[in-house]
Design a protein around this ligand. Structure first.
Ligand code: PHE
Ligand code: NA
Length: 454
């Protein structure tokens, strides 16, 4: 077992964990989620969720990976025989996500090239769906490949699988040491520029203006916990896998705090950048900021190109920075997702890393081609919806219940983590995981079910 690969440096592990956490969720999910759920007031449930669930769960997953030294299924299986399937469930979710996450990165890659000539024109929505995704050519069904998506998709997979082939230290660690600092610089420049645009102040005003009445709304709390789980890549098998490559002596708790706070800092930065830009666009169009707020594909590929069109100067350059940021943030997350099933397959079937990457990564790459066909967008939409509504909350719920209630492992994990960490976790940590997190996740599941049935 001990020829297990290891991170070369502590910074390498932290950058990889942050690289997984910082993704599309920070840039295109957090800003609108915060805005819709109380603006400035959202920070209270958000911080609460970070401290009662996000960081405690990170500490837990880091400790499980470090202690049991395996992929998520192997680690959970070693913890208690009956829990291996939970790891596979998480791996399966990661597999599904990887198939469409790669496609979105491919779009961002195309758009970073489109930036130079502002090829998306004035009608950015028509361009995205009509010309780029060719949705109109086979309405409601799916047809042949769309070369504009297929070619960047191949590049995305070549990079991601190339990194994974190279291994933990020489591949994942090196890639994140390049991608994450580059991401912070690219994105930092665009945020500073956005802050100095006309209308930025109105955008920030809309973003931070607290609506305190929302604090009493259960939905806002569900949104806060949901954002934290997704954003920290918790219960996706990722953090267990990554921490299984930690050296024996590692400050687990401290690493978890650094990872959690770095991700939130990037989220805040993205909120500031996105809302400054939205404020600018609202001012250009003479409408209130509320009319231009959006998230997801619409924000990134419809609204942002419009914003870039309106930039006073260097439009192409700033477009490139924005879409380049999406590519870097996305790639580092994609690599972490694929690593979960690479590690799982490698250990379960006792095959080499190379074979596991070729098989696991290759399969995901093949499936992702479905989304690069005319009409593939419909599949992407429903995959994303299903995963977000059911997959993640359920995976997290199974995990904490298995650890805290069935295996009664919290005390053991607590002493394992404390034996090598500066920050000591105590009773509050066990209460967060054994009680608060299961209740919140259970409620989230119930809430999702109710919303879907009515
Ligand atoms: N944490 C990433 C984000 O915020 C998303 C992600 C989810 C990445 C699941 C990997 C796995 O965008
Ligand atoms: Na994130």
């Amino acid at each position: 077992m001990e020829n297990r690969p290891q991170w070369g440096t502590r910074a390498g592990f932290i950058l990889a964990a942050v690289g997984s956490a910082v993704g599309l969720g920070n840039i295109w999910r957090f800003p609108a989620t915060a805005y819709e759920n109380g603006g400035g007031a959202f920070f209270i449930p958000y911080l609460f969720a970070l401290l009662t669930a996000g960081i405690p769960l990170l500490v837990m997953e880091f400790t499980i990976g470090h202690k049991y030294r395996g992929s998520a299924p192997m680690s959970l299986g070693r913890m208690s025989k009956g829990s291996e399937w939970i790891g596979w469930w998480q791996v399966a979710i990661s597999f599904v996500i990887s198939t469409y996450y790669a496609v979105i990165i491919a779009w961002a890659m195309s758009y970073s090239v489109f930036s130079f000539n502002l090829s998306w024109g004035k009608d950015t929505e028509g361009f995205l769906f009509g010309e780029y995704l060719k949705l109109a050519e086979t309405p409601g069904q799916f047809g042949g490949l769309v070369p504009g998506v297929f070619i960047p998709l191949v590049i995305v997979w070549v990079v991601a699988l190339g990194v994974l082939f190279a291994g933990v230290k020489k591949g994942i660690e090196v890639a994140n040491k390049i991608f994450i600092p580059a991401l912070v610089i690219l994105f930092g420049i665009i945020v500073v520029r956005a802050l100095t645009l006309d209308g930025a102040a109105a955008g920030l005003d809309a973003f931070f203006k607290p609506d305190w009445s929302k604090i009493a709304d259960g939905k806002v709390w569900v949104a806060a916990y949901g954002q934290i789980f997704f954003s920290l890549s918790i219960a996706f098998a990722i953090m267990i896998t990554y921490s299984s490559y930690l050296p024996k002596k590692s400050d687990i708790t401290n690493n978890a705090f650094i990872t959690g706070f770095s991700n939130s800092a990037f989220e805040l930065l993205a909120g500031i950048g996105v809302f400054s830009a939205l404020g600018f666009m609202a001012a250009q169009q003479g409408v209130p900021v509320s009319e231009v707020v959006s998230a997801g594909v619409g924000l990134a590929f419809v609204v942002f190109p419009q914003i870039i069109n309106e930039f006073p100067a260097l439009n192409g350059f700033f477009g490139f920075l924005f879409f380049g940021s999406l590519v870097l943030a996305g790639l580092s997350s994609l690599i972490s997702i694929v690593e979960t099933f690479v590690a799982g397959v490698q250990e379960k079937f006792k095959v080499s890393r190379t074979k596991a990457v070729a098989f696991g990564g290759g399969l995901s790459a093949l499936v992702s081609i479905i989304f690069a066909t005319k009409g593939g967008l419909y599949f992407l939409d429903s995959a994303d919806y299903f995963i977000n509504q059911f997959g993640v909350a359920l995976a997290g719920l199974f995990e904490v219940i298995a650890v805290a209630w069935f295996a009664k492992e919290l005390k053991n994990l607590q002493s394992h983590a404390n034996s090598m960490s500066d920050i000591q976790v105590g009773t509050w940590w066990r209460v967060c995981l054994g009680f608060i997190t299961p209740v919140v996740l259970g409620y989230m599941m119930f809430d999702n079910l109710r919303n879907n049935l009515t």
